[in-house]
Write a protein that binds this ligand. Structure first.
Ligand code: C5P
Length: 223
């Protein structure tokens, strides 16, 4: 396909979610939040009483997810529906992210979600957010960005987000969770988190959202 893709990979909390939404809006392109598919698989398991060790059942759930992504006003998170239920807030909890990373180590679950992710590639273009967009899902993407930030900075950002949302958390516990999730994402054998050979690495530590967006637009050749 000639339909362009900007693949943005990196660890959780690197700012990928915010940046990819802004990029997609700025360019008028489609957006794929691939992490949401893993989170939704984990949530569907919880709702259906499926054990996270039951690989066959998880693959079945992943293959049959009834998902809708609903566009919203600028600056608002995309709304996510599972079986018609709005689960936007529910899939963003630490627990759901943690469970998602457990489900994501299973190769057959990843395979069950592969074509669904590729189907997001529609004209005029796609901005894809994940861990393996540039390495596995869209290896031919003309633009690949690997967005990182130090674990401490990512914990701080998450802490502030949660505080603003009225949730009180311990920042040290958050840092521990972030490190554990990084570890799991980087060391799994199926599609581990790593920059594609041809990715441009951008470290967002200490940068504002606007600065990161500017660097990503420059990397995408649209600055
Ligand atoms: O990006 P997000 O935090 O929503 O992703 C949740 C989890 O889903 C990640 O920690 C990772 O284990 C998994 N994931 C993945 N491949 C992707 C996107 C997310 O394995 N492309």
């Amino acid at each position: 396909t000639e339909i362009p893709v900007i693949a943005v990979d990196g660890p959780g909390g690197s700012g990928k979610g915010t940046i990819t939404q802004m990029l997609a809006r700025k360019l008028g392109w489609h957006l794929l939040d691939s992490g949401a598919l893993y989170r939704l698989t984990a949530l569907a398991a919880e709702r259906n009483g499926v054990d996270l060790a039951d690989e066959a059942a998880l693959v079945g759930l992943a293959g049959q997810l009834d998902v809708t992504f609903m566009p919203t006003a600028p600056g608002e998170p995309v709304r996510v529906l599972l079986d018609g239920d709005d689960v936007t807030a529910e899939i963003r909890t630490e627990k759901c992210g943690d469970n998602a990373s457990r489900v994501a180590v299973i190769p057959a679950v990843r395979a069950a979600l592969l074509q669904r992710q590729r189907d997001f590639r529609k004209a005029p273009g796609l901005v894809a957010d994940g861990r393996d967009m540039g390495t596995v899902v869209f290896p031919d993407a003309p633009v690949k960005i690997f967005l990182t930030a130090s674990a401490e900075e990512r914990a701080r950002r998450r802490y502030n987000q949660l505080k603003d949302a009225g949730v009180s958390v311990n920042i040290d516990a958050l840092l521990e969770e972030i490190r554990a999730r990084d570890e799991r994402d980087m060391n799994r054998s199926a599609a581990p988190l790593k920059p594609a050979d041809d990715a441009q690495v951008i470290d967002s530590t200490g940068l504002s959202i606007e600065e990161v967006l500017g660097r990503c637009m420059a990397a995408a050749g649209q600055a």
